[in-house]
Design a protein around this ligand. Structure first.
Ligand code: F6R
Length: 633
């Protein structure tokens, strides 16, 4: 049944690391096989965030297992245009940094489109690039990533099936998605040199990698929808030896997961029943209790009816389940025993840790719940996992130092000290180039700014000063967007805090779908700490529930929600004012991403949408709802 939907073979891995290891091994086997036959191995290379772990693994195989790249010839998919090879954002720089400089490849075997070529000679350049691939015997294995719009290489939607290596215009969305590599969006080139679709399809084998929930929808469309030039990756359906390597998050929108009842026999769990029925109601725009037998039958849910019907019972079961997730008592209702309440009644006053990856995620993602927990008398601790120092603008830093200089002067404190910091910072910032690391002093000040904002938020909510914990996880402290891999030190910092507090509840950011971001790493190290404590039977977690909120970008699917905290219009405003305290993150932030809304707007829209969905399904109407998923560890 799955084959009816999926037109490209896929392999789903536990996570991006496992996937990258597996693919690296396949590539290594191919290189060795070719070497044993005295042949060259021609590889097509991609850049972007996705293949970084794959390249790291190839480097490891070279360094630790003696894998040689002497017989390897590479052709890169693309390069920005115009772009000097030694620019920090060039794909030449990327490839050297992540792969070439660490392995024994012969430099003359490396081919990366030249972003300095004159436009007038582009036609010939493209042809020569194609000819070089042919002369090398064609690409044995092409590695691909995929853009959020389905681009492969820089073949944006609308690229012709017959396109070859050429200059192509970048979509605005692609420029926004890649803006993190540049100072701001206007610095991102509008053009790129890219292999064409035909060039890619001529490869003998194609391996596409996609990780993270953000890719899930385009992966589904590429694999399950009709072939169309509007989704360039769907053209890969024509290739005879193409496979998509996915992690669970990027595969999650495939019909086999979204609607497994359509692709085969399934075992109906409570969550799956909720998912099937809620999806049906959302699709038909009907309240849950208005769904009819015909609705179920028309949408492939006969099996559910047969096993758990009649229809009225299933509707009510799902309705009641959702209704029971709603509570105004996120720490449990102390005054009475409410059956099926998401949280337990006792102890009435709970010790709570809120883990916040950046210094504002607590108030942005769960501000309403944060305020309620405080108002209901729980003992709240906040663990700010990273300093968040890279997200403060230089202008904002200068404003704060200016204040310090004036402050010192006014109170006749040693003014010369503050003035020196001002002079050093001003001269550094004046000559600062893209990708330059801030001086430790400036980084320190940026961290300070974020700490003062976090403390002010805690005061606003009503958290005691001694309950604020700045964890400064070491993996984050690179001063750059790229972070270090997490280590035991990051895990230990969590374990120590948990052991000290002995919490009854932990709230943490559950953005585990995003494979490279800070949130995901923060989740992983926190989760590892919990697992280690649990397996050691540590009493600090003997009575502790883990609740996950989603980050600033997305909300849980309604069927995954285990606790929903309602907010009145006044409470929405109270939360908004709490978010406003983070002034360094207001009115245009350093890392805006491709969403122009401010954080408070994103949070409000998201909470209002969740409330609207509950309302549409026939549940009570609220101004906003914050949602949490209970997670076992
Ligand atoms: C890069 C390339 C692009 C990327 C795609 C995904 O050489 O050709 O198609 O593969 O934009 O980028 P990431 O992996 O950063 O999501």
């Amino acid at each position: 049944m799955i084959a009816i939907f999926e037109k490209i073979p896929i392999q789903i891995h536990e996570d991006s690391k496992t996937a990258s290891k597996k693919i690296a091994q396949e590539i290594a086997a191919l290189i060795k096989d070719k070497a044993s036959k005295k042949q060259n191995c021609v590889l097509g290379m991609a850049t972007g965030s996705t293949p970084k772990t794959l390249y790291a693994e190839l480097v490891r195989l070279h360094k630790e297992k003696g894998l040689s790249f002497k017989n390897v010839i590479t052709f890169n998919l693309d390069e920005y245009y115009p772009m000097k090879p030694d620019a920090p954002q060039s794909y030449h720089t990327f490839m050297n940094k992540h792969l070439f400089q660490h392995i024994d490849i012969d430099p003359k075997n490396i081919h990366i489109p030249d972003g300095t070529i004159d436009k007038s000679s582009m036609h010939n350049y493209g042809k020569a690039f194609e000819k070089a691939i042919e002369d090398a015997g064609g690409i044995d294995l092409q590695i691909l990533g995929i853009g959020l719009n389905g681009h492969i290489g820089f073949n944006e939607p609308g690229s012709s099936r017959n396109s070859i290596t050429r200059i192509a215009a970048l979509d605005n969305g692609t420029r926004l998605a890649n803006a993190y590599e540049f100072n701001n969006i206007s610095d991102v080139p509008r053009l790129a040199l890219t292999m064409g679709i035909t060039t890619i399809l001529k490869s003998k084998k194609i391996v596409l990698l996609a990780f993270g929930a953000s890719k899930a929808e385009i992966i589904r469309a590429s694999i399950e929808e009709k072939i169309t030039e509007r989704i360039p990756a769907s053209l890969l359906q024509e290739h005879e030896d193409c496979i998509f390597h996915l992690d669970q998050a990027s595969a999650s929108k495939l019909t086999r997961f979204e609607a497994p009842w359509l692709t085969g026999q399934i075992k109906w769990t409570e969550k799956l029943i909720r998912k099937a029925v809620c999806s049906l109601a959302i699709q038909l725009k009907k309240p849950l209790l208005m769904l009819s037998k015909e609705d179920y039958l028309n949408e492939g849910l006969a099996d559910l009816l047969e096993k758990h019907g009649p229809v009225g019972n299933i509707n009510l079961r799902v309705f009641n389940g959702l209704r029971d997730t709603i509570t105004g008592w996120p720490g449990g209702k102390p005054t009475e025993e409410v059956p099926r309440h998401p949280e337990r009644r006792n102890p009435a006053q709970k010790r709570v840790i809120i883990f916040s990856p950046h210094p504002d995620d607590d108030i942005i993602s769960m501000g309403g719940t944060f305020l309620r927990l405080a108002q209901q008398g729980h003992d709240i601790h906040v663990g700010y996992q990273t300093s968040g120092n890279i997200a403060v603008s230089d202008e904002f830093v200068m404003r704060q130092i200016d204040f310090a200089v004036e402050f010192d002067g006014n109170f006749s404190i040693d003014k010369s000290r503050a003035s020196k910091i001002w002079d050093d910072a001003a001269s550094f910032i004046k000559t600062k180039k893209q990708h330059d690391k801030d001086t430790p002093e400036i980084r320190n000040i940026k961290g300070m700014i974020r700490r003062t904002e976090a403390r002010a938020t805690c005061r606003y909510v009503g958290v005691k000063d001694e309950n604020i914990h700045f964890m400064n996880l070491p993996f984050y402290e690179t001063g750059l967007i790229a972070k270090n891999p997490p280590t035991d030190e990051d895990v230990n910092i969590h374990m120590e805090l948990i052991q000290k507090i002995k919490p009854h509840q932990i709230f943490a950011a559950g953005d585990f779908a995003d494979p490279h971001g800070t949130h995901k790493v923060c989740f992983e190290v926190m989760f590892e700490a919990l697992k280690r404590l649990k397996s050691a039977n540590d009493p600090s977690v003997a009575d502790c529930r883990l609740w996950l909120y989603r980050g600033a970008w997305a909300e849980w699917d309604i069927w995954d929600i285990d606790m929903a905290i309602p907010m009145s219009p006044d409470q929405v405003l109270e939360k908004r004012n709490g978010i406003f305290i983070h002034q360094s993150q207001k009115d245009g932030v350093v890392f805006q991403g491709n969403d122009s809304r401010e954080f408070w707007q994103r949070a409000e829209d998201r909470n209002a949408e969740t409330a609207k969905l509950f309302d549409q399904l026939g549940l009570p109407q609220y101004a906003a709802l914050e949602a949490f998923m209970r997670y076992e560890y």
